[in-house]
Design a protein around this ligand. Structure first.
Ligand code: DC
Length: 216
């Protein structure tokens, strides 16, 4: 069981992190938030003040990225500095979408994510079932309606109300993620689609556990 590899993909606010963590905890597997890895790189690129894609790729290739794949407390370190608490700001989200669209950054990132998954794990992101773990034991593609996704994202950011800026920001980022040339957000052909809009966490989790059991 400990070598099971599970892929969870979908747009922002579809429930990937909550369900990914819960699933990993339930199955005793490592949990990897690959979005946080792109955010960490986005943060480092912003700190370095870089904008040009070629310069960004060269800079990123010199970074050391470490993760602590613990479902009870996932952490990311860049060059030994734990940046986990600095990654949720919308500016970092924009930077993450920008660096994630660069082919050279993805070419550098994907093997690192595959290495973390070697011992098994629940990986969540946008290209896990299609690119990072095309041979995952089980793949899920989570969706939910726009309003639900925005409300969840706002809650995650600790906002009382959803500001127009946050709504526009998340929708724009999903557009960038879906339309980019390299590894766009797309369901794998063999992924189980789950619309989490009207489901509780436990209900979605039950569907996922059932599918994992069914796929053996
Ligand atoms: O899931 P998130 O919002 O933390 O992701 C941050 C950004 O990284 C988002 O624009 C999508 C991108 N991303 C990606 O391109 N591939 C992944 N596997 C995970 C995230």
């Amino acid at each position: 069981m400990s070598r099971l590899r599970i892929a969870i993909d979908g747009p922002s606010g579809a429930g990937k992190s909550t369900l990914g963590r819960a699933l990993a905890q339930r199955l005793g597997l490592p949990y990897v938030d690959t979005g946080a890895m792109y955010r960490a790189v986005g943060w480092a690129v912003a700190e370095a003040g870089l904008d040009d894609a070629e310069q960004i790729v060269a800079y990123v290739q010199g970074l050391e990225l470490d993760v602590d794949p613990d479902p009870a407390g996932f952490h990311v370190r860049v060059d030994g500095v734990d940046v986990t608490d600095r990654l949720r700001h919308p500016d970092i989200g924009r930077m993450a979408a920008k660096v994630a669209a660069i082919e050279g950054v993805r070419d550098w990132m994907v093997p690192r994510q595959q290495a973390v998954a070697r011992a098994g794990g629940v990986l969540e992101g946008r290209d896990i079932g299609t690119v990072v773990l095309p041979d995952a034991d089980c793949k899920f593609y989570l969706t939910s309606d726009e309003l639900t996704r925005m409300a969840r994202r706002a809650e995650q950011l600790g906002l009382e109300e959803m500001g127009a800026e946050v709504v526009g920001d998340v929708l724009e980022r999903d557009r960038v993620d879906s339309r980019r040339k390299h590894s766009p957000l797309r369901p794998a052909a063999d992924a189980l689609h789950i619309d989490t809009s009207a489901q509780t966490v436990d209900e979605s989790l039950a569907v996922m556990l059932e599918e994992i059991a069914r796929r053996g």
